[in-house]
Design a protein around this ligand. Structure first.
Ligand code: PHE
Length: 324
């Protein structure tokens, strides 16, 4: 029986060790059989043999556990060596690609920077004044509700649109000015067509009173939409925003059915793509501007990207998809 302990001490792998365990304590293992034979003995002899066996069993267990942890250590080290990751190796076929939302923002910037619009960023965390108050959004307006806006503990909020960048820009500069502000905005909305975070591009142009008219706004937006979407028809519908007066929403003829009517345009032939208007005088007062006029517009980048790249589901912008 001592021979088996030597074998255990010399074992080289966990499989070998497991096999030896069976030889000792398995159904036909040496210890099992030896204990079984005790029933053939009597008295003092039986007692002595049982003691011997127990001592052997203890010795076996000690030797076994010692070898087991030695082998486990060794095998773990070997595994770590074999599976070592070489982080300096070049990745294959997993080069990053620009996101459609970023590509669309770049396209929009391309257009407006040719017209000398400055690109401004602003801040994602805003205060009530810049996001609402200065934009002529009254205290009781539903957009201010906890339901629609993410508030922080210290009375700040995540901007619900890029329009607060209008306020920051005017506070920091004297007119004339022209700027666009691309960036993320946040609303408490989540369903098929709404995501709690999405992107907008804001536009603002201000000059001496009388120098900028609705006709300028109309011309530039028509030209811009044709730059992005190609030969589309553009129409202005009168609308309302607290920070512009007059205000309009802008539609383009459906890029999928060319105005014939399809599911995407709800069989109207038109797609709404922009909000705009002449800057409300109350907004100019809030930033201390006098004797000026200007226009502003705002658009949703995901919507533009969906129409331009033919993406059917808004949520796919925010899922990981490695295809190009
Ligand atoms: N801020 C408006 C929105 O989020 C868009 C807008 C911007 C409309 C500027 C008019 C002028 O819906």
């Amino acid at each position: 029986m001592q021979g088996i302990l030597e074998k255990i001490k010399n074992a080289k792998s966990s499989q070998e060790l497991e096999a030896l365990k069976v030889e000792v304590t398995g159904k036909r293992g040496v210890i099992t059989l030896a204990f079984g034979e005790l029933k053939n003995l009597n008295g003092e002899e039986k007692k002595q043999k049982a003691q011997e066996l127990n001592l052997f069993k203890q010795e076996y267990e000690r030797v076994f556990e010692e070898k087991k942890s030695e082998i486990e250590q060794k095998e773990l080290l070997e595994k770590l060596q074999k599976e070592k990751i070489d982080v300096s190796l070049l990745a294959q076929n997993h080069f990053g690609k620009p996101h459609y939302v970023n590509l669309m923002i770049e396209k929009i910037i391309d257009y407006f920077s040719l017209l000398n619009f400055e690109v401004c960023e602003g801040s994602l965390v805003e205060d009530d004044f810049h996001n609402f108050e200065a934009l002529n959004i009254p205290k009781f307006h539903p957009a201010r509700d906890m339901q629609d806006t993410f508030y922080t503990k210290d009375q700040k909020l995540l901007r619900t649109h890029t329009s607060p960048v209008q306020i920051h820009t005017m506070q920091g500069k004297k007119p004339p000015l022209r700027m666009i502000a691309p960036g993320a905005v946040f609303r408490r909305d989540y369903d098929l067509t709404h995501s709690p975070m999405f992107h907008q591009v804001e536009g603002l142009m201000v000059d001496e009173k009388g120098k900028i008219s609705f006709a300028n706004l109309k011309f530039i937006l028509e030209d811009f939409l044709k730059y992005i979407f190609g030969e589309v028809k553009v129409r202005f519908r009168s609308s309302f925003f607290p920070f512009t007066e007059p205000s309009a929403e802008v539609d383009i003829s459906c890029v999928f059915c060319k105005g014939e009517g399809c599911r995407v345009c709800s069989h109207t032939g038109w797609l709404e793509v922009l909000g705009c208007g002449m800057v409300n005088d109350n907004v100019f007062s809030a930033v201390g501007y006098e004797n000026v006029s200007g226009y502003a517009f705002g658009l949703g980048v995901e919507r533009f990207a969906m129409l331009y790249y033919g993406v059917g589901d808004l949520r796919s912008f925010f899922e990981v998809d490695l295809r190009g």
